[in-house]
Design a protein around this ligand. Sequence first.
Ligand code: NAD
Length: 488
Amino acid sequence: MTATHAHLAAPGHWIDGGFTEDVHARIEVVSPVTGSVVATVPSGTAADVDRAVAAARAALPGWAGTPTSTRAKTLARLAQELTARNEQIAQAITAEIGAPIGFARMAQAGLPAAVAAATAELEPSVEWAERAGDSLIVREPVGVVGAITPWNFPLQQTMTKIAPALLAGNTIVFKPAELAPLTAAILAGAIAAAGIPAGVFNVVYGSGAVVGEAIAAHPGIDMLSFTGSTAVGKRVSVLAAQNVKRVGLELGGKSANIILDGADLEHAVAETLVNSWSNSGQACGAWTRLLVPADRHDEIVTRLAEAAAAYTVGDPADESVRLGPLASQKQWERVNAYIEQGIAEGATLAYGGPGRIPGLESGAYIRPTIFANVAPDSTIAQEEIFGPVLSVIPYTTEDEAIEIANSTIYGLNAAVFGAPEDALRVAHRLQVGQVYLNGAGLNMLAPFGGYKQSGNGREFGRHGVEEFTEVKAIQLGETAPAAGQGPL
Ligand code: NAD
C-alpha cells in the first residue's frame, strides 16, 4: 500500500455510528495508474448485512418521526460537510478510478454536495399530505432502504439515493462498489458531523455476490435502490421479489445524440465530445452514438477529429490532463476488445484506435476513439462500451434518425441539436427519460432515469424524493375535521 493513501483505508464496516472491529477479510483497492494497492476496505458477509439492517430498523422510528423541515436542515448541513471534504473526496476518487483531479474536484466531489443542498431545498415542494375528497393522502418513508452503487461516479451515484431517501425519512444500508469504495467512510464521517443520528446510515463493504445479494434478498429491507449494469439489475430484481421489495433501478445506456439540419455544428461537435468522453466515457448517460445527416457526415467527422486532439490522456494527478486511465485493467480489456470489434465489423476508424499508448503502457490508458460510418445494428452501436468510444452513424431522414435512436434495448437519455422547434419535435418522439436540447445542462430539479432496460427509477428533484415514499390514503369519513381545523 502506498503511504499517501493508507489513511483512506476503512477499518471496519460503518454500522450504528461507528466502525465495526471483527473484520476477517479485506478488499484491495488498486490504482489504475500504477497497479499498486492504494488502500483496503473490509470484505463483508451476510451477517454484517444483518447487523446493519438491525441498526437501520432500530433507527427508523426516530428518523421517520423527525419533522421534514428538520431533516431538510440536516441535509443542508451535510452539503456543507461534503464541501469541506472536497479535496479529500477528489483525491480518493482519483486514487481508486483514475479520474483527472480537476474533474474529480468539480464533478466527482462537487456534484454530491450540490445534490445534498438541492434535495434539502425540495422539502417545501413535496406533497407530504394532501386532500382528495374526504381522504387525507400522506407520504411516509418506505422504511429501510438498501442502496447498491457502481464505481464510475462513486459518491455522486450514492448521494442521488441517500439524499432523497434521508429527506423522506428512511434509514439506509449502503454497499459501495468494490472498485471504488473509498469515499463511503468519508461520507459516513460527513453524515455524523451533520448530526444525522447513529444507525440512520450504515455501510457494509463487500462483493456483489455476497453483500449485494444479501441486501437484495434481505427480508428486513423494504426498498432496494440499485444503480449498475442492466444484467445485475435483472438479478437483484429477482432476489428482491422474495419479500416484494420496491425496486428502483438505474441501469445502463447507449445514448443517441442527433444533429439535425440547421444545427450549429461547431457548438454541437464541442458538446458531443465533452458528453461522450468525460470520465473517460465511463458514464451511464454518455452520448455514445452520434447520428448525423448523411450529406454532412464527412464534414462532421473531420471537425470531431480536429476537436478530439484537445483531449490529452495522461496521469490523472496532472491538472492539464483531460482523460485519465480507465478505472481498471479489466475495464481496459473490455473497451479495447470493443474497439477491435468495431474495426472487424467494418466501421471506419477516424480517430484513436486499439492498443496501449506509448509511454503510458503501465496504466489502464486507452485512446479516445471515433468510429465513422457505423452501421446502426453493429455491436459497437448497440452495446454499452463504457469507455471513450464514439460511433458516428449517418441518417437520411428525421424519421430514420428517430428510428435508429430508439433501436437499442436502452432508453436512458438523448441529445438533439437543431432549430429549437425541430429539436423539441424530435425530443417528444425519443424513448428516453431525459433529452438535452442544444447542449442544455443537467438540472437537479428534473427527474433522471431510464425507459426500457435502462431502468425504472427516477432520481433528482421532487420525483426522486417521491420514489422513497409510500403513499397512504386515510378515508376520513365522518371523522373529517371541519374546514380550517384539519391537518391541511
Ligand atoms: P455492476 O452492475 O457490475 O455493479 C454495480 C453494483 O452492483 C456494485 O456495487 C456491485 O458490487 C454490485 N453487484 C454486482 N453483482 C451483484 C449481485 N449479484 N447482487 C447484488 N449486487 C451486485 O456495474 P458497474 O460495472 O459497477 O457499473 C457500470 C454500470 O452501471 C454501467 O452499466 C452503467 O451504465 C451503470 N450506471 C447507471 C447509472 C444510471 O443512473 N442509470 C449511473 C451510473 C452507472
